[in-house]
Design a protein around this ligand. Structure first.
Ligand code: ARG
Length: 411
C-alpha cells in the first residue's frame, strides 16, 4: 500500500530539515518538499533539491515564483498604496499567499492529503499560509509542527538533527530570524528583541549605511503605466529586472531601512528591521504620480482604502472577496496614473525633483500667482460664503445662547 503524502514548505534551513524527519516519524507520510524561489538569492537555493532528498523527502520541487509574485501580488499592492502602520512595506506578508497557493497546487498534483509549514505559533506567517490554503482547498489537512511538537528552541532542533543524522549546514546559524525575497529582507529576534537597542551595523544586506553612502546624490527616473512601474531611466524592464535594478540603486544610497515596533495579528507587539530599497522608491514615486494625475476626491478616498488594504495583506486575507473588490476599484483609479517621476537619492533620503505626465490634472493657468484670464477670483467669495455657511450658523447660535444666558444671570 502506498503511503499518504504531505507537501512541506521547505527552505532547507534547520527547522524545515528537522520537520522532514519529524513528519515521517510522527505521521508516517511520504514527504514532498516545495521550495518557492521568491528572490531569496541563489545562495539559499543551490543544491536544495539534493538536500531535501538526502534529508528524506521522496520528491522535491523548486519553483521560480518571482515573476508571478511581482506581477500579481507586489504591483497590485503598490497600486493600492498599502503600507502597514505607516512604515512596513509588507515584504514578507505579500509573498505568503502565493506560497500557500503553490503548496495547494503541488499537493493536488501529487495527490497529497496534507500540507505542512515551518512557521511558529507566535507569528503572522502561519495565519497567512493557512488562510491561503483554506481559501483554495478547504479540505486540505494542515500540519504546523511548531504548534505540536515539544522542541522548544534552536538547541532542541540541533539535538534532534544530530540524533537523526539530518545534514545541517556547517555555516553558523544566523542570530536573527530572517526572511528574504525580491521585495525585502526582514530581521527579527536575537538582540533585536530589545527595542532600546539598535542593530549591528553588519546585519544589513540590501542597503549600505546612509552614513557610508556616496557624497554625491544620485538621480533616477521611474516610468509608470497605469500605476505599474515599467521603466528605469528610460529603459523598459521586466517586473523582476525592475525591482532588482532599483534595489541596487536605492541600496547603494542607503535608502529603504525601517525599524518598527509593529502590532502582530496574534496580539503582541514585535520589533522588526526591514530593508526594502527598491520598494521604497517605487512607493514614493507612485504616490507622487497619483498626486499629479488623480482627482482630489478619488485620491482622498483611496488614501483611506490603503490602510484597509495594508491590513488585509498583513492579516493574510489575500484570497478574499474584499481584496478582490478593492483591486477592482483600484484598477479603475490607475487608468490615468501614467508618466515619469524623477527622484533624488542622497544618504538614505528620497525626494522628488521632477514629474511628467500626459494625464496630469495640474493646470498652470488655474493656479498661477501671475495674471490669468481663466479663474474668476470674485467667485471665491460665493464659494466661501456657502461652504462656510454651517460654521457661520453655529457661530451665530452660540453667541445667541451665550447672550441669553448672560441676560438670565443679570436679571
Ligand atoms: N513581522 C513581519 C511580518 O509579519 C516579518 C515576518 C518575518 N517572518 C519570518 N519568518 N522571519 O510580516
Amino acid at each position: 500500500m502506498t503511503r499518504e503524502k504531505v507537501v512541506l514548505a521547505y527552505s532547507g534551513g534547520l527547522d524545515t530539515s528537522v520537520i522532514v524527519k519529524w513528519l515521517q516519524e510522527k505521521y508516517g507520510y511520504d514527504i514532498v518538499t516545495l521550495t518557492a524561489n521568491v528572490g531569496q538569492g541563489d545562495g539559499e537555493l543551490t543544491g536544495l533539491k539534493e538536500k531535501a532528498i538526502k534529508t528524506g523527502a521522496c520528491e522535491a520541487f523548486v519553483e521560480d515564483l518571482r515573476e508571478e509574485l511581482v506581477r500579481d501580488y507586489i504591483f497590485p499592492m503598490v497600486r493600492s498604496g498599502a503600507i502597514y502602520e505607516g512604515k512596513y512595506l509588507l515584504g514578507t506578508a505579500i509573498a505568503r499567499p502565493l506560497i500557500g497557493k503553490k503548496l495547494v497546487e503541488i499537493a493536488e498534483k501529487v495527490g497529497a492529503k496534507a500540507i505542512a509549514h515551518g512557521a511558529t505559533g507566535k507569528g503572522n506567517d502561519q495565519v497567512r499560509f493557512e488562510f491561503a490554503i483554506k481559501a483554495l482547498n478547504p479540505y486540505m489537512k494542515i500540519i504546523a509542527p511548531w504548534r505540536e511538537w515539544n522542541l522548544r528552541s534552536r538547541t532542541d532542533c540541533m539535538e534532534y538533527a544530530s540524533k537523526h543524522g539530518i545534514p545541517i549546514s556547517a555555516t553558523a546559524e544566523e542570530p536573527y530570524s530572517i526572511d528574504r525575497n525580491i521585495w525585502h529582507i526582514s530581521f527579527e529576534g536575537g538582540i533585536l528583541e530589545d527595542p532600546a537597542v539598535e542593530p549591528d551595523k553588519d546585519m544589513f544586506r540590501l542597503t549600505c549605511d546612509p552614513v557610508d553612502a556616496p557624497d554625491e546624490p544620485e538621480e533616477l527616473t521611474i516610468g509608470f503605466e497605469q500605476g505599474i512601474p515599467v521603466s528605469v531611466n528610460g529603459v523598459k524592464l521586466t517586473p523582476v529586472e525592475l525591482i532588482d535594478k532599483l534595489n541596487q540603486i536605492a541600496g547603494r544610497n542607503g535608502v529603504g531601512r525601517v525599524d518598527i515596533v509593529e502590532n502582530r495579528l496574534l496580539g503582541m507587539k514585535s520589533r522588526g528591521i526591514y530593508e526594502t530599497p527598491g520598494g521604497s522608491v517605487i512607493a514614493y514615486a507612485h504616490r507622487e504620480l497619483e498626486q499629479y494625475t488623480m482627482d482630489r476626491e478619488t485620491y482622498h478616498f483611496k488614501e483611506n482604502m490603503a490602510l484597509k488594504y495594508a491590513e488585509l495583506v498583513y492579516y493574510g486575507l489575500w484570497f478574499t472577496p474584499l481584496r478582490e473588490a478593492l483591486d477592482g476599484f483600484i484598477s479603475k483609479t490607475q487608468e490615468l496614473v501614467n508618466g515619469t517621476i524623477t527622484l533624488r537619492l542622497y544618504k538614505g533620503n528620497v525626494c522628488v525633483v521632477g514629474r511628467e505626465s500626459e494625464n496630469t490634472l495640474y493646470h498652470h493657468g488655474m493656479v498661477t500667482f501671475e495674471a490669468d484670464d481663466l479663474f474668476e477670483q470674485k467667485d471665491a467669495q460665493g464659494f466661501i460664503n456657502l461652504y462656510g455657511l454651517p460654521l457661520k450658523i453655529k457661530g451665530i447660535m452660540d453667541r445667541k445662547r451665550k447672550k441669553e444666558l448672560q441676560e438670565v444671570r443679570t436679571n
